[in-house]
Design a protein around this ligand. Structure first.
Ligand code: PLP
Length: 498
């Protein structure tokens, strides 16, 4: 019965009516009612709150700028329905998520419809074809980080991969090794996993960072202990774009880390886990050259679908860990559960494209970031650039001093950005990452993160720069604090009453 209904639904498009089973009777249905509501040029995807965006600054148009004589993005986007993205706010939040590349969506589609087999079904062609597609995707993901396909474990995303890496390793080695090292500027899911492990009796060292966001290698060296099981340090920070010295960390763990363990009568060096969610596809990563044992990856940060990611788990020498999900033993027994082939295939295609176009994307993003910074810094004074200048340029974090962050965001409703404040249930908290760099609450609150990506255009950057200049200038004109600064008063010397 289900099969007849499915067939009817599938072949319905274009047919006036179809026969389906209802209450054990075959009845005719009208195909008009069966049509699906995909976004299309005639079905414009309306915003809940329409905003006025200048026509020359449309989102998702692809860059007019040619880098290296190639205009790949504009070519790809020729086929994208303009109506679905026109008149929407400009998206500059690429660290939060990225749109699915149309080429990725194309690769995924057959696996939602015709090729729907369970990749773990071993007895028929539907299973085999899904499995083949999953394995091809695994190869693409592995290639992006210089790994072997067998070392890629598909998960639901970087949150799960970070959880499984920290908890899995710590719990496996718990009899002999009780110490974990991470940094104060990791993503919440690493910090929360570490806190959970503290509750279970593990000891955690949270390394501080310098004012530029980089850890000090001396601090890491001093923190290493014979019983350190895992060191988790992210490759690219999601708020300030800082790139940590991954290869140096890998080397230190193989040398000093291994030596300490040996002296303590324990086997093996501390394992090196890195959260690569913001790094893969953006900077070059090679697990062997960098001495990485575990790495978390996320598809939706590289123009793939949401809800899928991976954990790289080294095989030689083998990384041992307790799985956090139990079940049918899929994914080398480390992550049970049926894989989602459309998502896996999408992630694989996104990884393939990221590998192929990494240098082009990097040049595109750097040129736009430079343009944004140059324009803003030339026109507005008292702007702090947060994070080391050698960081990933697609994540540019600026504090507009003497401007209240909330007012800034309110005045920029036609631009989607993240700020240095995080909403908690009761109040606006300054970002813990910016606080770790030594920024005071005011400067953290007045910061904005500009997330530039593959589909950001020069026109969008110009529109955003102009708007920021106008808004910051206007807000400062209204600010008594700014007036005092102009009069040469040092605000730190003022004793505020009340
Ligand atoms: C550095 C970092 N780690 C982990 C995550 C979580 O990734 P996912 O959304 O795939 O769970 C993110 C996403 O915000 C991130 O930026």
């Amino acid at each position: 019965m289900g099969r007849i209904a499915l067939r009817a639904g599938r072949s319905n498009i274009g047919n006036p009516s179809k026969m389906v089973m209802q209450n054990s009777k075959i009845v005719a249905i009208n195909s008009v009612n069966q049509q699906r509501n995909y976004a299309s040029p005639s079905q414009v995807n309306q915003m809940a709150t329409p905003v006025d965006v200048k026509p020359e600054a449309r989102a998702g148009r692809g860059s007019m700028q040619k880098v290296g004589g190639k205009d790949a993005v504009a070519d790809i986007l020729e086929s994208v329905p303009r109506g679905s993205t026109a008149n929407r706010p400009i998206y500059l939040d690429a660290q939060s998520t990225t749109p699915v590349d149309p080429r990725v969506l194309d690769a995924m589609m057959p696996f939602f419809t015709n090729q729907y087999g369970n990749p773990h079904s071993r007895t028929h062609a539907y299973g085999w074809e899904s499995e083949a597609a999953v394995e091809e995707a695994r190869e693409h993901v592995a290639k992006l980080i210089g790994a072997d396909a067998k070392e890629i474990i598909f998960t639901s995303g970087a949150t799960e991969s970070n959880n499984m890496s920290l908890k899995g390793v710590a719990r496996f080695y718990k009899q002999k090794k009780k110490h974990i090292i991470t940094t104060q500027t990791e993503h919440k899911c690493v910090l929360d996993s570490a806190r959970k492990l503290q509750d279970e009796g593990f000891e955690v060292t949270y390394l501080p960072v310098q004012t530029n966001g980089l850890i000090r290698m001396e601090d890491l060296e001093a923190a290493l202990r014979p019983d350190t099981s895992v060191v988790s340090i992210m490759a690219v920070n999601n708020e300030i774009g800082v790139v940590q010295p991954i290869a140096e960390i890998g080397h230190l763990l193989k040398t000093k880390g291994a030596q300490l363990a040996k002296e303590g009568g324990l086997s093996g060096k501390p394992l090196f886990h890195t959260d690569g969610a913001q790094a893969a596809g953006k900077i070059e990563l090679d697990v062997d050259k960098m001495g990485i044992d575990l790495m978390s990856l996320s598809s939706h940060k590289i123009y793939g679908p949401k809800g899928i990611g991976a954990c790289y788990v080294r095989r030689r020498p083998r990384v041992r860990m307790d799985p956090i999900i139990s079940g049918g033993g899929q994914e080398r027994g480390l992550r049970s559960g049926t894989l989602a082939p459309p998502l896996v295939v999408g992630f694989g295609e996104a990884a393939r494209l990221a590998y192929q176009e990494r240098e082009y994307d990097y040049q595109h993003v750097s040129a736009l970031a430079q343009r944004l910074r140059d324009r803003i810094l030339a026109e507005i004074e008292c702007v702090l650039v947060n994070g080391d200048p050698t960081g990933y340029p697609g994540c540019t974090n600026l504090s507009f001093q003497y401007v209240e962050g909330e007012s800034l965001l309110m005045a920029l409703k036609d631009i989607c950005l993240s700020s240095g404040s995080a909403c908690t249930s009761a109040s606006l908290e300054p970002s813990y990452v910016l606080r770790a760099l030594g920024l005071d609450d005011e400067n953290a609150h007045s910061s904005l993160r500009f997330g530039i990506g593959r589909f950001t255009t020069e026109e969008e950057i110009d529109y955003v720069s102009e708007k920021i200049i106008k808004v910051v200038t206007r807000l400062r004109e209204l600010s008594p604090l700014w007036e005092m600064v102009q009069d040469g008063i040092d605000l730190k010397t003022i004793e505020w009453s009340g």
